[in-house]
Write a protein that binds this ligand. Structure first.
Ligand code: PMP
Length: 395
């Protein structure tokens, strides 16, 4: 087959290949990026979907508007307000997961050869998606407080990117949280260089103790001229259910209109049944209580993982304990002659019956092969202790 040239720059994800090994019986997996299915509010979703079919069977099962099902757009506008962002319902469109919002941004903004700045490391599917549109990706370094804004400024000035893509709150894979000071700096850079900033925020509600700083979008009200330079992607995947495929995108009117046009050719609209169910779910008012449970469970698991990693791997590994999200981002130090290559460590770990993802594929450039991502979301505390014990044997 002669496939389109645009596929030349994109490989199948290394992570998908690794997932094939996870079928081995007894494997404890820290490899996934999924929420724990035991946390799904099945009762609430049963009620919400039944209400959707009873109260609004026509719209819930019919074709719908590309922009999204209006009651859900209204609910999402309210939801954003609870997070400190004033967003009118017509300033957002519903997307099929936030993944589609990212794809639509790629489709509307990237011409082959355009430069896009991403964090190093960043979400793998975004790297693949932007490359599919021909982007040349520039990698901006991060630390535990998110992207280093001084370095980011240099890169923006040098490369004049089409946009900058950031996951400021509990990033995948970094787990990092961009500090308030740096969030403000990002907004100043957006204005100074007239650069679009894409804020991807699927994890912001999954904080363990204190709420994170407001989103970059929320803070834009304090920086004149910045609001139109922020495109925000939200998602119900990590707080309610990824299978619903409900996300949303907020952007200035012209960009939103172009993205809506592209969405029309892509899937016409996000499943009306999923949207009506999500809308009914939000109307039930169960999300805050549900989130409180999820936060508590993930906080316990993260704490257990941190303690076990310190105990079992000692100075062979370094990491910053995340304050929310689903991930630990760690680095092998090689101390005491221990393994330093995370790919090699992953193979040894699988032999011991535990899986994680090596960090290298998450870099658009200059991969650090000593890094790895561990998810604590789907294993209970007992499994976490057992799994990290196995990592201790593999190192
Ligand atoms: N952005 C990031 C950073 C993610 O980690 C994910 C899912 N793992 C997505 C976007 C896409 O999520 P969804 O399409 O389910 O909303």
């Amino acid at each position: 087959m002669q496939f389109a040239d645009r596929l030349n720059n994109v490989e199948t994800s290394a992570i998908r290949e690794l997932f094939k090994l996870l079928g081995k019986p007894g494997i404890i997996s820290f490899a996934g990026g999924f929420p724990d299915p035991a946390m799904f509010d099945v009762e609430g979703l049963k009620e919400a979907s039944a209400n959707a079919l009873t109260e609004e069977p026509g719209p819930a099962l019919q074709y719908g508007a590309t922009e999204g099902y209006q009651p859900l757009r209204d609910q999402l506008s309210t939801y954003m307000a609870t997070k400190g962002a004033t967003v009118a319902a017509n300033e957002l469109i519903v997307t099929t997961g936030s993944q589609q919002a990212l794809d639509l941004l790629g489709k509307t903004m990237i011409s082959p050869g355009d430069k896009v700045i991403v964090e190093g490391p960043t979400f793998l599917a975004t790297i693949q998606c932007f490359r599919l549109y021909g982007a040349e990706l520039i990698s901006a370094p991060i630390d535990a407080h998110g992207v280093k804004t001084d370095e980011l400024e240099k890169l923006i000035a040098e490369h004049k990117p089409k946009f900058v893509y950031l996951i400021p709150t509990f990033g995948n894979p970094s787990g990092a949280m961009l500090s308030l000071e740096r969030r403000k700096k990002v907004l100043e850079l957006a204005v100074k260089y007239n650069t679009l900033i894409v804020e991807d925020d699927p994890y912001g509600d999954l904080y363990f103790h204190a709420a994170p700083p407001p989103s970059i979008l929320s803070l834009s009200k304090d920086v004149p001229g910045s609001r139109d330079l922020i495109a925000y992607c939200g998602s119900l995947s990590k707080v309610l259910s990824p299978g619903l495929r409900v996300g949303w995108m907020i952007a200035q009117p012209e960009l939103l209109a172009k993205a809506t046009m592209c969405k029309q050719f892509s899937d016409a609209h996000t499943s009306t049944f999923a949207q009506a169910t999500a809308s009914q779910y939000l109307k039930l008012g169960r999300l805050p209580a549900q989130l409180a449970i999820v936060r508590k469970v993930y906080a316990e698991r993260a704490a257990a993982m941190a303690e076990a990693l310190r105990r079992e791997l000692g100075d062979a590994i370094e990491f910053t304990e995340p304050e929310g999200g689903l991930f630990f981002w760690a680095r092998l130090t090689g101390a005491g002659g221990k393994v330093k290559d995370a790919g090699e460590f992953a193979k040894r770990a699988i032999e011991q019956g535990v899986a994680f993802v090596p960090g290298a594929p998450f870099y658009a450039a200059d991969a650090d092969v000593a890094t790895l991502r561990l998810s604590f979301a789907t294993a209970d505390v007992g499994k976490i202790l057992e799994g990290v014990g196995r990592l201790g044997k593999a190192i």
